[in-house]
Design a protein around this ligand. Structure first.
Ligand SMILES: Nc1nc2c(ncn2[C@@H]2O[C@H](COP(=O)(O)OP(=O)(O)OP(=O)(O)O)[C@@H](O)[C@H]2O)c(=O)[nH]1
Ligand SMILES: [Mg+2]
Length: 246
């Protein structure tokens, strides 16, 4: 009698163990599937850059091909999900893009952390006309972006958009690249010696012991020249569609 009970008990235990293993495996499979679906669904492009570089103008150029000559600095993020204006004829057949234009005001920059987890790519705008007096602050902001753990770990592509090239005195992409690389190189030294929790969380961009180059970043960092005001934004549209597949 006792033997029969014991056998039944072991059979029950085996059954429960099998059911538990099956359930855990199922849960794991479902969570992996959900995570991969979520990753595939990311369609957000974030526009960053100093105040006045042309982020809001780019946003409206991409969405409506409209001219934005506003002089009001943005105080809240400007976001929408849309088909790029150049793709309007394919409406219903391709995936829209979620574009977020973040204000350049230093106090509002931390908002980036709310959008970064959803981002698929970053447009970092630079005013190519008024570049020299702002080179340091541009480099500081760019350093902050390039050293964010999420940007590094997810290898988020960054396109540096040198805007306002319609003006004859605008600086070339080559000049801007060299100046920014030089400044970022200096920042790699000064920022690591700074005390502070934010700095501690940063991942130093570039290769240790070598002068900083954008090509040394683990994520892809490229540069283009645009004139948002005249609609010369083709390479930005190409970048967006490389990150958010139609
Ligand atoms: N010449 C020229 N001016 C431009 C271009 N793009 C934008 N602007 C002008 O630059 C100014 C600033 O543009 P915004 O789009 O408001 O700049 P922003 O980056 O959104 O600035 P914040 O909202 O303060 O962060 C506006 O007067 C625009 O008309 C361009 O390609 N060429
Ligand atoms: Mg703006």
């Amino acid at each position: 009698m006792a033997q029969v009970e014991l056998r039944r008990f072991s059979a029950d235990t085996a059954l429960y163990t099998t059911a538990a293993v099956f359930l855990v495996t199922l849960l794991l499979l479902v969570s992996v599937l959900v995570a991969s679906l979520r990753r595939k669904k990311r369609n957000t492009i974030v526009i960053l850059g100093l105040s006045g570089s042309g982020k809001t103008a780019l946003f409206y150029q991409l969405r409506d091909a409209s001219l934005y000559e506003g002089t009001v600095t943005s105080m809240v993020p400007n976001e929408d999900t849309f088909l790029l204006h150049s793709e309007i004829s394919k409406s219903g057949k391709i995936k829209p893009v979620h574009v977020v234009d973040l204000p350049g005001h230093p106090k509002l920059r931390p908002l980036l952390d709310d959008y970064l987890p959803k981002a698929q790519g970053i447009l970092f705008m630079v005013d190519a006309l008024d570049f020299v007096p702002n080179v340091r602050s541009t480099a500081e902001y760019l350093y902050e972006v390039l050293s964010k753990p999420l940007v590094v770990k997810r290898k988020l592509p960054v396109l540096i958009v040198c805007n306002k090239c319609d003006k004859v005195t605008a600086h070339s992409v080559d000049f801007i690249r060299k100046q920014l690389e030089k400044e970022l190189d200096k920042l790699r030294v000064t920022r690591t010696t700074l005390e502070g929790s934010d700095v501690a969380a940063e991942i130093k961009p570039g290769i240790d012991g070598e002068p900083f180059k954008f090509s040394h970043c683990v994520n892809k960092v490229t540069m283009v020249e645009t004139s948002v005001i005249t609609g010369k934004v083709g390479e930005v549209q190409t970048f967006i569609r490389e990150q958010v597949k139609p």
